[in-house]
Design a binder for this molecule. Structure first.
Ligand code: PLP
Length: 405
């Protein structure tokens, strides 16, 4: 039995204050806080182990290279990829999606082709497709979202046609918390030989991810939302697709040989990893995965589900408060609006009570339009949150109501 209350002591930032109140951090969907184990791993790396990888012939460099590749192997096992070469280190989810749009997309999409996304996508899984569609003369098609905040799969079936060339879809919504039925979507897509990219930015830190079980072609995620450092993330891609894609960035480390007349490229994953990577970030990400594995994802899922259920119930009792998104399968993410008070004003009142939430469009403007709201307040949980913090949130919302009455 994991004592989640005790785990809070692993996160030094939770000991500090926000506006002279104990910090209540309810913005893990934007970025999670970091346990001491991750901070220590990065510090230890810089103090004792740093050298550029894959280049030096000296021991320090060789050891750094081995450590880097060991983390790749760890991530491969964590998401159950078939091969470690299917794990490409990138800066984060955004870069992973741009990589696929600019390499796979540029070499495959033609005028009249259709790329299917959904109405609940983060701008990171929308704008890159819009950019490449414009360039290729292709068209974006959009799966609608129901009033409950779920994807309308019947509409997806209608959208799929011989013109469909790609589907890019979030595993979980950063606004609604909805967990999408990825396996089902992949089955529908593969029946028509359409590859699927899954934006795993939100799901990866809070769910078990098995890319072979999902059978998706690409899966993108960021370390900083999963208790690891910023600046590092992963693109998983099936070997055959990666091997047939042109490189993204050119530079050192991604070549086999360079002549002025012609350059040949290194095999995957190096083909997509030009330049010196974020080695310290990779070490920190490895430590974050160890941390998560020690707790056990099933324990984390159960804990966060309890927080979600409790918060949903308590927030629903507040008159004038409307929760947006009531999907059957949800992460610990709740978006809401309150009659007569702008979300930014609620965010400001909560801030003065020490509570950090997100207020805005959450990089999902089309979804705001769908629900006819300019913005929402978003509360999102991490493994360190408690029921008492939810009680404090509810009190602070009542305070905001009184202040703006
Ligand atoms: N996709 C989703 C669903 C997200 O929530 C986010 C970030 O909030 C991103 C993509 C972008 O992630 P990053 O900023 O780490 O690249």
């Amino acid at each position: 039995m994991i004592n989640f209350q005790l785990l809070r002591d692993d996160f030094p930032i939770l000991q500090r204050t926000n506006r002279d109140r104990p910090l209540i951090y309810l913005d893990s969907s934007a970025s999670s806080q970091k346990p001491q184990a991750v901070i220590d791993a990065i510090t230890h790396y810089h103090a004792n182990e740093h050298a550029n990888i894959h280049r030096g012939v000296y021991e320090l460099s060789e050891r750094a290279s081995i450590r880097h590749e060991n983390v790749r192997e760890k991530i491969k096992s964590y998401i159950n990829a078939k091969h470690s070469r299917e794990i490409i280190f990138v800066r984060g989810t955004t870069e992973a999606i741009n990589l696929v749009a600019q390499t796979y997309g540029r070499s495959h999409f033609k005028a009249g082709d259709e790329i299917i996304i959904s109405m609940m996508e983060h701008h990171s899984n929308l704008v890159p497709w819009q950019m490449i569609a414009k360039e290729a003369g292709a068209v974006l098609r959009v799966i609608p979202v129901t009033e409950a905040g779920e994807l309308d799969l019947a509409e997806l079936q209608k959208l799929i046609s011989p013109r469909s060339k790609f589907i890019a879809i979030a595993h979980a919504s950063n606004v609604l918390g909805t967990i999408n039925p990825i396996k089902e979507i992949v089955k529908l897509a593969h029946a028509q030989k359409i590859p699927v990219l899954v934006d795993g930015a939100q799901a990866f830190p809070h769910q078990t991810v098995d890319v072979q079980d999902l059978d998706c072609d690409f899966y993108a995620f960021s370390s900083h939302k999963a208790y690891g450092p910023t600046g590092i993330g992963v693109l998983f891609g099936k070997t055959q697709l990666l091997e047939n894609m042109p490189p993204y960035h050119g530079g050192g480390g991604m070549i086999a040989s360079v002549r002025f007349a012609n350059t040949t490229y290194a095999p995957v994953p190096q083909k997509f990893e030009a330049g010196t990577p974020d080695m310290a970030g990779v070490v920190g990400f490895g430590a974050a995965l160890d941390y998560l594995q020690n707790i056990g994802m099933n324990n984390i899922i159960a804990h966060e589900k309890k927080l979600l259920d409790y918060a949903s119930e308590k927030l629903s009792e507040i008159s004038g408060l409307r929760i947006i998104g009531h999907a059957q399968h949800k992460l610990g993410v709740i978006s809401f609006v309150l009659t007569g008070i702008h979300p930014h004003d609620i965010g400001t009142v909560l801030d003065h009570e020490g509570i950090a939430v997100r207020a805005g469009h959450h990089c999902a403007m089309p979804l705001m339009e769908r629900f006819q709201v300019p913005a929402t307040v978003r509360v999102s949980f991490g493994l360190y949150n408690t029921h008492e913090e939810i009680d404090a949130l509810v009190s602070a919302i009542h305070l905001a109501k009184r202040l703006f009455a």
